[in-house]
Design a protein around this ligand. Structure first.
Ligand code: DUC
Ligand code: ZN
Ligand code: ZN
Length: 467
């Protein structure tokens, strides 16, 4: 057989195996794994390199409306471009339903923004902000059939938080249709109470963002979300878990046999609350929710990754520019932490940080890196085995890594729409040197060679349970 592409001489790793072999690619799919595969139009030399399933980042925000006067720094063009530079081949952004809007309308709008603009593949989760009878009874079940098999609910935020009754109703739809619910677990009333009290005391600097959403706020909501899911018997993903107490809620539920999954993110491994201490408004660069905690919480999150409590490791890329009137400092004149948009960029730095801090430093092995960065995302959200593995028949979504390359992270390497990275100056060992989507190289040696519009939208199947 003659191939379109052969990746030759590399070490292939999946979530379960590591082996030396060549990868033969035809018409965008992996069609052969073996030795001496023969001829190809293009041969990529992967000697001394790792050949891994392309990263799947199942938690990113692009072009999401974020309040009056605030504009998210990345749309689909810059967001998917930056993701490709970070070794990703699929991202899963959220489609936010506004109050009063139908889910179909919301999707139409997001699809229009994504169409023709993506460098890598995308697949939308839905955010249910208006759980009306029509949405729950008609729209959501139809959309699940159309391949939108995951949706997020919020337990906090003005205009987004659902009541426990509404969450139960959303979960019941997921139960009936075989979908999975993602939960942002923080107690809205507790945050409002603490925020008011801090402001009344004149505590308005960015660092008080952390004080306004302490660990019990997250732990309580995590416990409640799990209890609601247990009542309905539905799988849920507790997203962006930041600390041990919330993690232990998940561990207890898993020990009881419930399908409760967890996600953590780079900010909870390498940042702390102290990062929000910077002079003036500098700390706003690190404001995200839940907030980064302390060194003990970082340790706990590593344990969760090692034990499998956290099934996925995502970026929660939610970018706002810093030095921009529509970004972290907007709206003008509102100087309290309350008004700082919540979220930090990270779609390009997620995998180098996990590889360096995890694999290079011996905290996790290469198989777990592949599981946490790609395979488990595909399984959890119904993309497996088309995505998330290196196997005959799978899409040729591949990241080639130089495990020994040492890189100092600087914002200019990331190619996003933001104007800073929270990880500026951090030194990592291990770097993605080539990213390929469905057999076509998108980024090679720090150069963008892919075509805008080559990435498409993926309909998904049912989640595959398991750790
Ligand atoms: N929740 C997210 O999932 N992302 C950014 C902000 C937030 O609160
Ligand atoms: Zn969230
Ligand atoms: Zn998020």
């Amino acid at each position: 057989m003659s191939f379109d592409v052969i990746i030759r001489g590399g070490t292939v790793a999946t979530a379960s195996d590591i082996f030396a072999c060549d990868v033969g690619i035809k018409a965008g799919r992996i069609v052969a794994l073996g030795e001496n595969l023969g001829d190809a139009t293009e041969v990529i030399d992967a000697t001394d390199r790792l050949v891994l399933p392309g990263g799947i980042d199942s938690h990113v925000h692009f072009a999401q409306p974020s309040g009056p006067g605030i504009v998210m720094a990345d749309g689909f063009e810059t967001g998917t471009r930056s993701a490709a530079f970070g070794g990703n081949t699929t991202v899963m952004p959220f489609c936010l339903q506004k109050k009063g809007e139908s889910l179909r309308e919301a999707l139409k709008n997001y699809h229009a923004q994504a169409a023709g603009n993506c460098y890598i593949d995308v697949s939308f989760h839905l955010i249910i902000a208006d759980a009306t009878e029509q949405v729950l009874g008609q729209e959501l079940p139809a959309l699940i059939k159309d391949g939108y098999t995951s949706f997020k609910v919020f337990m906090t935020y003005e205009g987004l938080a659902l009541s426990d009754l509404e969450i139960l109703k959303v979960m019941a739809v997921a139960r009936e249709t075989g979908a999975i619910v993602m939960v942002h677990a923080e107690n809205y009333d507790a945050i409002r109470f603490l925020t008011d009290r801090l402001e009344q005391g004149g505590h308005t600097a960015p660092r008080f963002h952390g004080t306004s959403r302490p660990i019990p706020v997250e732990r309580e909501a995590t416990h409640r979300a799990i209890s609601l899911a247990e009542l309905v018997d539905v799988p849920i993903m507790i997203v962006h878990v930041s600390n041990r107490q919330a993690m232990e809620e998940i561990q207890r539920a898993q020990a009881r046999g419930l399908k409760i999954y967890g996600e953590t993110c780079p900010q909870y491994l390498v940042l702390t609350e102290r990062d929000m201490d910077g002079a003036g408004m500098e700390g706003a660069k690190y404001v995200c929710s839940p907030p980064p905690r302390d060194l003990e919480s970082q340790k706990a999150c590593w344990e969760g990754l090692q034990l499998g409590t956290f099934r996925v490791f995502s970026s929660d890329h939610c970018p706002f520019r810093y030095d921009d009137p529509e970004g972290k400092l907007a709206p003008k004149g509102r100087s309290s932490f309350r008004w700082v948009p919540n979220g930090i960029p990270g779609v390009a730095t997620r995998l180098p940080i996990l590889f360096s801090e995890g694999v290079s430093k011996g905290r996790i092995d290469l198989n777990r890196f592949v599981a946490l960065s790609s395979t488990n995302h595909a399984k959890t959200y119904g993309l497996y085995p088309r995505k998330g593995t290196i196997a005959v028949g799978a899409d040729a979504d591949i990241a080639i890594w130089d495990p020994n390359r040492t890189v100092t992270i600087t914002h200019d390497l990331l190619h996003d729409g933001c104007d800073y990275t929270p990880y500026e100056g951090r030194v990592v060992t291990g770097w993605p040197v080539l990213t390929m989507v469905r057999g076509t190289t998108v980024v090679r040696d720090g150069q963008l060679v892919g075509r805008k519009g080559a990435g498409g939208h993926l309909a998904r199947g049912a989640p595959i349970p398991g750790i």
